[in-house]
Write a protein that binds this ligand. Structure first.
Ligand code: TRP
Ligand code: ZN
Length: 472
């Protein structure tokens, strides 16, 4: 599940929350004199990601794509609330050409530096006020390379394109606040040559053909982090069915993958049912999957409502990506440091699935990892750094985040027993449904849910500690 790795780019910057507080204090109450919003939200791993001074509530993206010429035309209408008086604010946007920017209907000045699109509205924005920014843009969207060497952003495929955004790829196809701390609802409308399809998050509201172009309108009502937004353009076989309690299921499969995918995708409603039994009510209003070709992406991704797979997934991978709907998509880490809250849970979901379906127990999996007999290429790689402190942006998808993150959950289960563990994983998802989370909140939650139990060693050695913890 984890991706190929390159050397670390160096120590991460420190998280410091003092500056926005200070600015808020001098801006507050003055109202008319805004200050610039800031070019990042001080993520310790991706410091330029996201922007200060506002929160987005809604993105309306209207896109038109021509796969032959790889040409994208876009309009983003971004509704946001200023968290302080603003003279200017930034959007994250990589590549493409900006044609115009307006704020509340008035032309705005703007300039670009790297991934920052700085917008200067005609009038300062009042603290607490809602404002609407329209960006018109066009060009060939970029494929971005992550610190670990993986590709994200806009990926051309054999018959169209695939947009993937973890951790910072959504800025390659729309301007926004590209950080998981700022979730919003979305309307994504995509026009493609007639005969092709455009699949995205949420529910398909309409599909209309005019002349030689077809427009697909997708609606996401529940909050979504930008890294989970997707668009898949190409030829797809579509299956619509229902899951538990009538949950709509929309599955899109590249025709070359249909045969190989059929058996595993037939399990999807049952997996959702099993995950509801384990994790609580499914957090969104539809589910499904997108299966493109094996070479179209280097990894699967838990895009909201319908995860993306490069080729027919294994059952374990399907279980993993669907578990992210609870852990990651609904309860979303507030910074890229806390990836293990996504990947540890999704990996543990795979272990639980095995345990419940005649495979190894979670205890056996845990022991095999501890003893180095699990089958990792380098069994010691899981001890390279602690799950809650990845050793740089290039390492947020390494084994310590996935398998050792899952081992932390298993240590909690050993400490509290099965019933209490079940209550903790369900309760955690319920308490932070559609929200954002961090590791300190998680450890506090576990302690609250298991009074009298001591987790000190688990946090110190397994979650935050360097090296291989001593055998208990
Ligand atoms: N989240 C994906 C998964 O576990 C893997 C992944 C894709 C990833 N892109 C990433 C992990 C970027 C960290 C960073 O299925
Ligand atoms: Zn994952």
């Amino acid at each position: 599940m984890s991706r190929s790795v390159r050397p670390a780019p160096g120590a991460a910057a420190l998280l410091a929350l003092t500056l926005p507080l200070a600015l808020g204090a001098c801006g507050a109450g003055i109202g008319v004199h805004g200050t610039p919003g800031g070019s990042g939200v001080r993520d310790p791993y991706f410091p330029k990601a996201g922007n200060g001074g506002y929160h987005v509530t809604h993105y309306a993206l209207t896109l038109s794509y021509d796969p032959g010429g790889r040409h994208l035309t876009g309009q983003a209408v971004i509704t946001a609330r200023a968290t302080r008086a603003l003279s200017a604010f930034d959007l994250d946007f990589a590549g493409l050409r900006v044609e115009s920017v307006s704020v509340d209907g008035s032309r705005a000045r703007w300039n670009r530096a790297g991934q920052e699109l700085t917008v200067r509205p005609h009038d300062d924005l009042a603290r607490g006020g809602t404002f609407s920014t329209t960006v018109r843009y066009s060009g060939t969207p970029q494929t971005l390379t992550d610190p670990d060497g993986s590709k994200e952003g806009w990926l051309p495929t054999a018959d169209g394109a695939l947009a993937l955004g973890e951790p910072v790829g959504s800025m390659a196809w729309f301007p926004g606040n590209d950080h998981p701390s700022d979730k919003a609802s979305y309307d994504i409308t995509v026009t493609v040559p007639k005969g092709l399809q455009a699949v995205s998050n949420g529910e398909l509201r309409s599909e209309t053909t005019k002349g030689d172009r077809t427009t697909f309108s997708w609606h996401t009502a529940e909050p979504m982090a930008s890294y989970l937004a997707t668009v898949a353009i190409g030829h797809f076989d579509i299956t619509r069915t229902t899951g538990p309690h009538g949950l709509p299921v929309y599955i899109a499969v590249d025709p070359t993958q249909s045969k190989a995918s059929q058996e595993v995708l037939a399990k999807l409603p049952g997996i959702i049912q099993w995950e509801e039994d384990n994790f609580g009510p499914y957090p969104f209003s539809s589910t499904g999957a997108i299966v493109d070709r094996p070479d179209d992406a280097g990894y699967a991704l838990e895009t909201q409502n319908r995860p993306v797979f490069p080729g027919a997934p294994e059952t374990g991978t399907l279980v993993h990506e669907l578990a992210h709907e609870w852990y990651g998509d609904s309860a979303t880490p507030r910074s890229w440091q806390d990836m293990w809250l996504n990947e540890g849970f999704a990996t543990y979901a795979e272990w639980l699935w095995e345990e419940d379906h005649g495979g190894d127990t979670c205890q056996q999996t845990f022991t095999a990892l501890y003893d180095g007999t699990y089958g990792l290429d380098d069994p010691n790689s899981i001890w390279a750094f602690p799950p809650a402190k990845p050793s740089g942006a290039a390492h947020i998808s390494d084994h310590p985040v996935y398998e050792r993150g899952a081992m932390v959950l298993h240590k909690i289960r050993q400490t509290v027993g099965d019933d209490r563990f079940h209550a903790i994983v369900q309760g955690w998802a319920a308490a932070h449904r559609h929200g954002t989370v961090d590791t300190a909140e998680f450890t506090a939650y576990v302690e609250k849910m298991a009074p009298g139990k001591d987790f000190g060693e688990i946090w110190k050695d397994w979650l935050y500690g360097d090296g291989k913890p001593a055998r208990p």
